[in-house]
Design a protein around this ligand. Structure first.
Ligand code: ADP
Ligand code: ZN
Length: 736
């Protein structure tokens, strides 16, 4: 199983040979041999530049004996060694481990650790000025202003000083020529100030203190251990792990905090700053390239002490990492499904094991996997069952939509509309949650029944009325919403079926024309910047009704929000995935948890057609444990993860037949191993994406089966690429 297979570290050997293996960030199956030129010093982990075909690429000197057999004279030499600290042994072992576990080429995994192309050479020193003192021959008001500002003794750049004094740079130049300032070279400025563990004192109370003590004991030992903080929203989980961070900083180690929606959590960074006097460095895909390079480099040199990042931050080669926090550990955003398929939550645990340091998982609704690991004693579970202070969890009620039907053409039950009205009248905020972007999930012609389908995917086009477009949510294909049906030509007979957030906003505006409404979804015009502004506006009370997708579910603190309405609580249950109930429970708990973060009385209303469903019952009763026990025992009966193992193999090709034939061939070539079976091939849940037809094989194994060995044997029989055919492996798939 995942963590049972302990990685055995080989002792590092000094490199005597004149050839070394170099891992290049490409889908190469192994490291390639290169010659080390006379006088060049490299060691495992050195970041180098090597020729590869006609190009020069970045690579890392890897571990292990080199092939030996090859005459070094026949090998191409390493071109350049970067002046950058070598990637440590733990990082290299981690890359090898992830590659072996996910059956990915190690070069592709290494590439994730090198994702800051120009970061390897040291940042250039910047030219600065030092104030020597004395008097210029002729004092002018402009010169006096410059000298007054420089008298603070701090170092300035020429431009910075001129700007600060409100004069032109020629004034500063004049003072330099008269010997009042001298030019010096300054080290590049740090991207963030160093967080100070003593900036404020810990303020933990009661059960928070007990929780922190348990984790702190692990942190002080500085050994591998996994804790799971399982506490309701607002119980102080963040406060508790802040203390683990403080202790790690005191021990002189670096900290990584993983967050599922880091780009949107400005409030988290501020909160961190309140506790530690400085913000953590950020790491996510919206970071400007220059900033990325700096953060990468300063994580490697140890300048940056704390990084808050998205899942990809797990592959930053920290100088001396001593703690990883995985906040919202159950969140599906931790799964990367591109090239290297991995779950950052699980790989964080692996990284802690290899680096021998503690890992803290945090959630109000932990994943079934983590709960089972808690029950078996692999993880230490710490419970925080109540909200901090006088904040209470919202009162949750189901609205049985069979009895409280919306009026014609609407999607909100009269009960919901009344509750919104009351909330807004009190000057408080309501959130309406629907996990569906756009206006309507399906558009069809009332005359001929024509449905708008994506030309390259097996999915319906979604109407986005604000943009006057119909869009494919699989591939991004978009066209103007047509006026006439392309099939029968009838004008103005297109109908929208079902609701998206835009349509709910329209309904809300009909009922509450005076209210200030905001619609929030990831495709908002203006991107992340605009989203951040809107979230701030909501937190400040500048909106009455918010209609949003899961973006609004994560981590935000809206003090005035006292009503959360779930438009379609059944939405996630329909897809037949064994994880559907768990995911729906997690999402609904998280969204309703946005209400009542302060002392105000708060409510959650869930519109459902299946009020008896175990998920709905678990949500309103507040009894998560009964729900989880059921889920866990069902997984156990079916030998589904974490009681069994799964891998999904997606075979895609330009033609449906090529994909199916290849998948069938793979299945037929699979070895016979007891305890492991191959299901399929069947059409993948999304059978066509961007013009590629997809078939899926599911490999199911018992808990202790050698899944990786089996898959390697299977892949050895049939290539992963042939013509247009491509095979993608997904170990521990999200849906199955
Ligand atoms: P969670 O991470 O479990 O959602 P938080 O750590 O965000 O909970 O705490 C919820 C709210 O309660 C926050 O506003 C936080 O500042 C406050 N809080 C929690 N614990 C304390 C404490 N010991 N002293 C003061 N405020 C606290
Ligand atoms: Zn499409």
């Amino acid at each position: 199983d995942l963590f049972g297979a302990l990685f055995e570290a080989a002792p590092a050997k000094p490199m005597m040979s004149r050839t070394v293996p170099v891992l290049v960030p490409m889908p190469a199956p192994r490291a390639y041999s290169y010659a080390v030129p006379e006088g060049m010093a490299v060691e495992p982990g050195s970041v180098v530049q090597v020729p590869l075909g006609p190009r020069q690429v970045i690579g890392v000197v890897w571990d292990g004996e080199d092939d030996g057999g090859v005459d070094p004279k026949k090998l191409r030499p390493i071109s350049h060694v970067f002046d950058c600290p070598p990637l440590g042994k733990h990082m290299r072992d981690f890359i090898d481990w992830v590659a072996a576990y996910t059956l990915s080429p190690p070069g592709l995994v290494a590439r994730m650790a090198l994702r800051a192309p120009a970061a390897f050479d040291p940042e250039p020193m910047i030219e600065g000025l030092r104030f020597i003192g004395g008097q210029p021959e002729r004092m002018t008001p402009a010169r006096a202003k410059v000298m007054e500002i420089a008298a603070d003794g701090l170092s300035w750049t020429r431009l910075g000083l001129a700007h600060a004094a409100g004069v032109s740079t020629s004034v500063v130049d004049g003072l330099i020529s008269q010997g009042i300032f001298e030019t010096i070279f300054l080290p590049p400025p740090p991207v963030v100030a160093k967080p100070d563990p003593e900036f404020t004192a810990s303020r933990l109370q009661g059960p928070q203190k007990d929780a922190a003590d348990e984790i702190l004991a692990d942190v002080r030992k500085g050994e591998f251990a996994v804790s799971l903080i399982d506490g309701v929203t607002g119980s102080g989980k963040t406060e508790v792990y802040f203390e683990a961070i403080a202790e790690t900083l005191r021990r002189g180690k670096q900290v990584l905090i993983l967050l599922p929606e880091i780009a949107l959590t400005a409030s988290f960074l501020e909160r961190f700053q309140d506790r530690f006097g400085a913000k953590p460095a950020e790491w996510h895909s919206d970071l400007a390239p220059k900033m990325r390079e700096k953060v990468w480099r300063q994580a490697v040199t140890g300048e940056v002490r704390v990084v808050a990042g998205a899942r990809s931050a797990l592959f930053l080669p920290f100088e001396d990492l001593g703690l990883i926090i995985v906040d919202e550990e159950h969140d599906p955003a931790y799964k990367q499904e591109d090239r290297v398929y991995y779950n950052a939550r699980d790989m964080a645990v692996v990284r802690g094991r290899i680096g021998d340091f503690p890992v803290v998982l945090v959630s109000a609704t932990p994943s079934v996997e983590s709960q089972v690991n808690g029950q078996s004693g692999r993880y230490t579970t710490i419970h925080l069952p109540t909200r901090f202070g006088d904040a209470a969890l919202p009162d949750l009620h189901l609205i049985d939509m069979r009895r409280h039907a919306p009026e014609r053409g609407g999607f909100l039950s009269p009960v919901m509309i009344r509750a919104i009205g009351k909330t807004v009248a009190k000057g408080e905020q309501a959130l309406l949650f629907l996990n569906r972007r756009g206006y309507a999930p399906l558009t069809l012609c009332r005359v001929c029944g024509h449905r708008f389908q994506c030309p390259q995917c097996s999915s319906w086009l979604v109407e986005h009325r604000f943009r006057n477009q119909i869009q494919c949510h699989q591939c991004g294909y978009a066209e103007r919403t047509p006026e006439a049906c392309p099939e029968c030509g009838t004008l103005d007979h297109l109908v929208a079926c079902g609701p998206g957030v835009e349509r709910i906003a329209e309904e809300v505006e009909r009922h509450f024309p005076e209210a200030r409404t905001i619609v929030l979804s990831s495709d908002i015009m203006g991107g992340v910047k605009r989203l951040r502004l809107e979230l701030e506006a909501i937190a400040k009370g500048e909106a009455d009704i918010v209609i949003g997708t899961q973006l609004v579910a994560k981590g935000h603190n809206f003090p005035l929000m006292t009503l959360v309405g779930i438009v379609d609580a059944d939405l996630g249950l329909a897809n037949g995935d064994p994880r559907a109930a768990e995911r729906t429970f997690q999402l609904l708990s998280q969204v309703t948890g946005r209400a009542g973060r302060t002392g105000l009385k708060s409510h959650g209303l869930l519109q459902t057609y299946q009020p008896q469903h175990p998920v709905m019952q678990a949500i309103v009763s507040g009894d998560a444990s009964a729900f989880y026990e059921r889920e866990i025992s069902e997984r156990e009966k079916a030998i589904l993860p974490p009681f069994g193992r799964l891998a999904s193999i997606i075979v895609s090709a330009d033609s449906r037949q090529d994909a199916e034939t290849h998948a069938r061939g793979m299945r037929n070539a699979a070895p016979q191993v007891s305890g492991i079976s191959v299901l399929g091939p069947a059409e993948a849940p999304i059978a066509l994406v961007r013009g590629r037809h997809r078939f899926r094989l599911l490999v199911h194994g018992r808990r202790n089966s050698d899944m990786q060995g089996f898959l390697r044997a299977m892949l050895a029989q049939s290539p992963r690429e042939r013509g247009s055919v491509q095979v993608q492996l997904d170990i521990d798939p999200q849906s199955f």
